[in-house]
Design a protein around this ligand. Structure first.
Ligand code: NAD
Ligand code: DAU
Length: 348
């Protein structure tokens, strides 16, 4: 029997992945190990909580005893997603990033080795490659040049995965994906933050000049890629996933404003993120060639569906925008004011 451990299954991508695996792997049991940090939300999987092939365990990936207990449930395969995932928070305090992302990965790799798992999928990010100039794209051969504490902690984890495969033969592979969007994303990330603000006619904070470029991919396309990497990928290999959809933050913001029928006066230019990476873009030809994967969901369609999802899930949004979130928001953005908006916009 296949027993798949998904770590971080109560987060954005993890919850979409758990649902996807239950759908496409009708014989497999799914165990979700999640510590329920601020980003973990049981409501993200409320619809499958009672599913006969699904089991939730609250626990910390960096806690050896808890991980060993979960492995004893008969785990045969691992998708490792549990992480501290937000760049801005890693700039405030890198400590939980190193603990969860680096130490947590090492504990899981030790467990994978001890229990002889069949496949270990390390879910990583394009941010480990650093930043691009105006042209070109990251390949799997690009050097690791992480620029934020978050990216550095993910690169550290990736290097441990590589070493455990090389030294101990742990059958692990790494996937690196660009910026995801879609349902259940915590509104600290650009797209859900801006949608939820705009739905309340609140301003949206654009960092710096807003001309940084990200490559957007729908979370379901990412989940399909993870599943294919698990099924067809080779241990020791790296696979890039991207959405073939490069947009500057300002273009994306304007698109969101248009789709929601809101005025450009809601844009606030705020001080830039320290060390802000200018541009990411992914070359996914290896995944296409070796896994038969390419992104399928057009951005226009995915974005409209995502907006609709946030419009229809007002209770989810209200619960997530709680006191803890508001404290974070205040610390990160202060009180957004009209300030220089019109002059900055006029300059463009
Ligand atoms: P998220 O912040 O929404 O979810 C992270 C989940 O991990 C939460 O449920 C949280 O409770 C859990 N978690 C945190 N620390 C834990 C610990 N010590 N033990 C157990 N569980 C813990 O993150 P996400 O956006 O869904 O990202 C998931 C993974 O995908 C991360 O590894 C991230 O680096 C990677 N990734 C994300 C993106 C993206 O665009 N969001 C892109 C590429 C890769
Ligand atoms: O590229 C993959 C990565 O994408 C993942 O590894 C990370 O886990 C995920 O958080 C995401 O990182 P980014 O930093 O790119 O995502 P974020 O949504 O925070 O920011 C996207 C862009 O928007 C980035 O250039 C910063 C900018 N931004 C973000 C926020 C939150 C703003 O201009 N204003 C904001 O308020």
């Amino acid at each position: 029997m296949t027993v798949i451990l998904v770590t971080g299954g109560c987060g954005f991508i993890g919850s979409n992945l758990v649902r996807y695996l239950l759908e496409v792997e009708p014989e497999a049991r799914i165990v979700n190990l999640d510590a329920l940090t601020y980003a973990g939300n049981l409501a993200n999987l409320a619809d499958v909580a009672a599913h006969p092939r699904y089991q939730f365990v609250r626990g910390d990936v960096a806690d050896r005893q808890q991980v060993w207990e979960v492995m004893r449930l008969g785990v045969t395969d691992v998708f490792h997603l549990a992480a501290e995932s937000h760049v801005d928070r890693s700039i405030h305090d890198a400590t939980p990033f190193v603990r969860t992302n680096v130490l947590g990965t090492q504990v899981l790799l030790d467990a994978a080795r001890a229990f002889g798992v069949r496949r270990f999928v390390q879910v990583s990010t394009d941010e480990v490659y650093g930043s691009l100039g105006p042209t070109g794209a990251f390949t799997e051969e690009s050097p690791l040049q992480p620029n934020s504490p978050y990216a550095a902690s993910k690169a550290g984890a990736d290097l441990l995965v590589r070493a455990y495969h090389h030294t101990f033969g742990v059958p692990a592979l790494i996937t690196r994906c660009s910026n995801n969007y879609g349902p259940y994303q915590f509104p600290e990330k650009l797209i859900p933050l801006f949608i939820t603000n705009l739905l309340q006619d609140e301003p949206v904070p654009v960092y710096g000049d807003g001309l940084q470029v990200r490559d957007w991919i729908h979370v379901r396309d990412h989940c399909r890629g993870l599943h294919l990497a698990w099924k067809k990928g080779q241990p020791g290999e790296v696979y890039n996933f991207g959405g073939k959809c490069e947009l500057s933050n300002l273009e994306l913001t304007r698109r969101l404003l248009r789709l929601l029928g809101k005025p450009e006066s809601l844009i606030r230019f705020v001080p830039d993120r320290p060390g802000h990476d200018r541009r990411y873009a992914m070359d996914c030809s290896k995944a296409q060639r070796e896994l038969g994967w390419s992104p399928l969901i057009p951005f226009e369609q995915g974005l409209l569906e995502t907006i609709r999802w946030y419009q229809e899930h007002t209770e989810w949004v209200a619960a997530v925008r709680n006191k803890e979130y508001m404290n974070y928001y205040q610390r990160q953005y202060g009180t957004l004011r009209a300030a220089t908006t019109s002059t900055r916009l006029a300059a463009r």
